[in-house]
Each structure stands twice: as structure tokens, then as C-alpha cells.
Ligand binder design. Sequence first.
Ligand SMILES: *[C@@H]1O[C@H](CO)[C@@H](O)[C@H](O)[C@H]1NC(C)=O
Ligand SMILES: *[C@@H]1O[C@H](CO)[C@@H](O)[C@H](O)[C@H]1NC(C)=O
Ligand SMILES: *[C@@H]1O[C@H](CO)[C@@H](O)[C@H](O)[C@H]1NC(C)=O
Ligand SMILES: *[C@@H]1O[C@H](CO)[C@@H](O)[C@H](O)[C@H]1NC(C)=O
Ligand SMILES: *[C@@H]1O[C@H](CO)[C@@H](O)[C@H](O)[C@H]1NC(C)=O
Ligand SMILES: *[C@@H]1O[C@H](CO)[C@@H](O)[C@H](O)[C@H]1NC(C)=O
Length: 595
Amino acid sequence: MLLCPENTQYHPFEVVEIIFCPLKKNTEKMGKRIKNKKPFQFELVDNLTCFFLDLSGNQMDLISEAAFGNLARLEHLNLSRNRLSVSLGSNSKALRSLGGLKSLDISMNGLSNGAAELLLRNKSSLDQLKMTGNVLIKLSPSLFGESRSIRSLIIEDNLISEIAPQTFEPLSRLESLNLARNNLAFICDFTLHQVKYLNLSRNSVEFFVTPEDAVLYNIEVLDLSHNKLLYFPDVVNETTIQKNYFHANWRLMPLVYIDLSFNRFASFPLETLSLLNSLETLNFSHNCLQNINWDVRNYSDPRQVRQIIFHSLKHLDLHGNILTRLPLLFLKALAQIETLNLQDNSLQPCGMLSGSLSKNRIDFDHFCTAFGQLKTLKHLNLGENNIKILPPNAFQGTSLVSLNLAKNLHMLIHEMALEGVQTTLQSLIISGLNINSSGLSLPCMPALTEINISNNKLNATPSSLGCSPLKVINVRNNDFMTLNYSLVEVVSTNLTTVYISGSHFNCCDSRWLTVLIDMRVKLPDISQADCFTQARNLTMSEYLKSPLFYCSFERDGQGVHFGRMVVTLLFVTVLSIVLIFFSRKLCCTQGSSVV
Ligand SMILES: *[C@@H]1O[C@H](CO)[C@@H](O)[C@H](O)[C@H]1NC(C)=O
Ligand SMILES: *[C@@H]1O[C@H](CO)[C@@H](O)[C@H](O)[C@H]1NC(C)=O
Ligand SMILES: *[C@@H]1O[C@H](CO)[C@@H](O)[C@H](O)[C@H]1NC(C)=O
Ligand SMILES: *[C@@H]1O[C@H](CO)[C@@H](O)[C@H](O)[C@H]1NC(C)=O
Ligand SMILES: *[C@@H]1O[C@H](CO)[C@@H](O)[C@H](O)[C@H]1NC(C)=O
Ligand SMILES: *[C@@H]1O[C@H](CO)[C@@H](O)[C@H](O)[C@H]1NC(C)=O
């Protein structure tokens, strides 16, 4: 229980939140969260059932030595965002009595190496430890000397630049190690054989060296993003025997996910990565790849190149490199690829002319990339590649479901460009090409549910869209004055969302809008959409408040309504009669005055 201090010499305090929360539904495990606005003192007594205690964010600097004396069964303690480094002697003694702790969070407490070491005494049951946002500089074996059963260790955002030998080796249960956002420059002698998850993101790692021993690694997830790597990995003094050991080890490594993005790679570690038989996701975005040189040679005849295969690779991210071409052998190696992100490179797709496909193949060979080789490919991002021409049959042979071609300025799209994928495509992005309607002809795409044609100069919607069960349409920032009413009516049955702002619509030619509103289609940016009448410009929302007022005398773009004509005629007739009547009356009055 929490006792409010009666002694007046204590600081005033205010408990703003106390939650007694069962951790697991079917056990009697109880815990509490204590949250205070101001510095305070409190006493914890007689709570043998308290398994969980959250004291985070309390500006606490002093825990008296006996404070946790009655919490022998406490298993989970959160002390993050306090000031434990202040009264270290007392605080560490208090924590020492909690020998049964399974998880401990001492993040953001200004802890140095020595301070952390003191707080981790008598922690032989500790399973999870979090020390993010402290000021640790060096990790050494003494730090975890009394907490050797740690399974998950998070020491993000410290100043660690050195890890002494034998620091992690004694932690035989260690599975997950997060050292992101530190100052590590070298991982020499990577010997964390027990670890399954390793995060070294946002350090300054230049070398990642693995020893040439025969011990197997268990690593499944490796994040080395945002570092300064040039090569991966380095094997020290590579001799044939060592290379064989290394290769044998790597082949058995269960690595599923590796993130090498935001490094300085100028070459692609083809052979090493291809050895990883379980590798499914490879992030190689934001590096300096200019090309992928196929330097893999035959064992027997080094003059010949050898085909290698990435047996499990499904997701490859090469966004933000400077690639001009992907060689055929590389494409063939991607035997299981599903997602390929090539945004922001300089690739040109190869194409074929229909009919005699092989003969008339437009063979740029050294200049273009034959995406048709990627039979399993479903998602392709080719945005920002400065593609000049999207040639016929550019993706024929793939299983494309989504295609992003955004921001290829002035790209010419051949009318047969999507041949072969028009029946599988579900999402198509052709935003930001700056093309006009005469440059855009699309085939009938019976599976397409999302299209983004924003940021162009279109004034007419491609009428082939009537074939598609569209759910989301984005036509923002174009030159539309109207949208094809009959087309909108056809596709409106499936539509959920349409983005329309950024064109100069004719208010009085907006039957398409009435259809969308009637069908309860979401128009998320309608408040930013404008339209014009003969008299003035106004916002679409303003116009919608009284459409008749703004447009009653204007010609409808789809033709003058017969009804409106009759009304107008009637009005003119009545007006004429009234005028004639009054003018005659006026004449008579004038006449009589003369008389
Ligand atoms: C400790 O509490 C903070 C909030 O104050 C929270 O962000 C953090 O995730 C908690 N730590 C653990 C291990 O649950
Ligand atoms: C270590 O923790 C145990 C409880 O698990 C406790 O009985 C013992 O007193 C603690 N040791 C010290 C030195 O506080
Ligand atoms: C590694 O840590 C960084 C920084 O906290 C985080 O953004 C990233 O998602 C982590 N990587 C993985 C694979 O969990
Ligand atoms: C690769 O990393 C970038 C940058 O962190 C991220 O945006 C992207 O989603 C990642 N790609 C994959 C396939 O995980
Ligand atoms: C459509 O493209 C625009 C501009 O590139 C972008 O802002 C928007 O998020 C895209 N929408 C979808 C659904 O991809
Ligand atoms: C409007 O769409 C319909 C149906 O798709 C099509 O037949 C017609 O040609 C289109 N009209 C214009 C002016 O594009």
C-alpha cells in the first residue's frame, strides 16, 4: 500500500494516478503505477502481492535503503526518467534487496558505467534490462557480473564507444541486444554466437569483422543501418581455409532480416549475402551503388561467371542509390523476389515490341533493365528514376500487383507499356510526371483498385478506367475543368475515396461531384478544392451550399437542360408581357397628360 506521509517536514506531494493492474488475467499478479507531479516522498509497505511497480517519471533522486524491503516478490520495476545517479549509495542498496527482479527499466537516469554497475548488483534473475538514454561510455564484463541471465538488453542512446572482450560472452541466455544510437566505430571480433537480434543502427561502424572460427551463429535480425560501412562483413586475413569456414558458417546462419541502409557501400556483397539461405528482407537503401558488378566466378574455370541464387530473398530495397542498370544475372538471382524498391536511381526499363517478341526486342542491353525476368515480382517502385520512355511490354512476365512510377518527369508511356500486367495490377501510381492527357493512354485494367494520377497536367480522365473496380482515385493538382460524368457514374459503385483538390473545376459542370456525394464517397480534400463560375472563383464547399444560386443561368457542360430551357422561355415570355403592358400603360398616361 502507498502511505501518505503525515510528517509535515516532507515535501507536498500529489498522487495523480494509481492503477492496480493485473498483469495476467488468470493470475492474482498485481501491480501499481505511481505518478507524481512534484517531488515527493512515499513509503512502500507490506505489499507481498505487488509484482509490478512503475515509478517512472517522478524526478526521484533518493530511494531509502529499506524502501523495497517489503516487496520481496516484485518482478517488474520501472524506474525510468528519474535521477537515480544522485544518491547512488542509498539507491543502489535499495535496489540490491530486489534479487528476484525479472525486468528493470533504468533508462534516462544520467547513469555512468560505475553507477549502472552498482544498480545491477544481486540481479541473478534479471531477464530484461533497459538502460536507454544514460551516459555509459564503455561496456565491460564487471557491468553484468551479477546479472548473467539477461535475455534482452537495450542500451540505446548512450555514448558507448568501446566494448571490452568477454563482456557479453558470459551472458549465455542473451538473445536480443540493442546498442542503437551509440558511438561504436568497430565491431572487431563479432562473437555473439548466442544472439538472435542485434541492433547497431545509428553508430559510426566502419568495420564489421567476423572471426574465422567454426562456431555457428544464431542471428536472425541484424540492423546495421545508419553507419559508415564500406564492406560487409570483413573476414580477417582471408585464406581459402578461413573463407571456407566462414562460408560454411554463413550458410547455416538463420539470418532473415538485414538492414544495411544509410551506409557507404559502393559495391554489393553479392556472394556473402547469397550464402544466407534464410534471408528474406535486405535493406540496401541509401548507399552509393553505381552498378552491381557480377564478379562471381566459376570454381573450376575462373574465366567464366557463375550464376548464384538468393533462395529466400523476398524484399529488396535499393532506394536512393545511383544504379543505372541491373545485370541479367542479378535479376535471375532474385528467384523469389516479391517487393523491389528502386526509387531514386537512374534505371531505364527494357521493352519488347509485340508480335515476334524475341526478334524485335528493343535491346538497350547495357543501358536498360529487363524487369520481365522477375517472374515472382509483385510490388515495384520505379519512382524518381528519370525514365525517358516506358517501352512496350516493359513488365511482361512479372506478376505485378502494384507499380509506382511517380516523379519520372515527362516520361513517355507507350500505349503497350503495361501489356502483360494489365490484368494483375491493383495499384498504379503515375503521379508527378507533368504529362498531359494526350500523353496518357491506359489499357483496360480489370483488377485495378487504386490509381494516383496526381500532379500532372491532365484535363481528361482516361476512359479505360471504366474497366476498373476502383476504390481510391487521386487526381489532385491537375488541369481538370470537369470529370467525365458517365465514367464517374460507372466506377462509383466501388469507390470509397477520391482526392480532387488543385484543379480549376467548372462549378456548373459538376454532375460528377453530385454522383460522388450521392454515393457517399469520401472527399478528404474537398475543403481545399476550388471551382469557377462565369461570375467568380469560389471554393467547392461554398458552391455546394447553394448550387442553384451560383449556376441557375449557366449552361451545363453536358448540354442545356430542356427543363431549364422551358423555365427560361417562360420567364422571358412573362417578362415581355409585363413590359409590354407597362410600356403601353406609360404611353397612355403620357398621352392623356398632353391632352
Ligand atoms: C517504463 O515507463 C516508461 C514511461 O514512463 C515507458 O515508456 C517504458 O516503456 C516503461 N518500460 C518498460 C520496460 O515497460
Ligand atoms: C539479494 O536478493 C535476495 C532476494 O532475492 C535477498 O534475500 C538478499 O538479501 C539480497 N542481497 C543483498 C546483498 O541485498
Ligand atoms: C533498431 O533501433 C532503431 C533505433 O531505435 C529502430 O529505429 C529500429 O527500428 C531498430 N531496428 C530493428 C530491426 O528493430
Ligand atoms: C529500408 O530502410 C528505409 C530507411 O530506414 C525504410 O524507409 C524502408 O522501409 C526499409 N525497407 C524495408 C524493405 O524494410
Ligand atoms: C499520390 O501521389 C502524391 C504525390 O506524389 C502523394 O502525395 C500521395 O501520397 C500519393 N497517394 C497514394 C495513395 O499513393
Ligand atoms: C466518358 O466516359 C465514357 C465511359 O467510360 C466514355 O465512353 C466516353 O467516351 C467518355 N467521354 C469523354 C468525353 O471522354
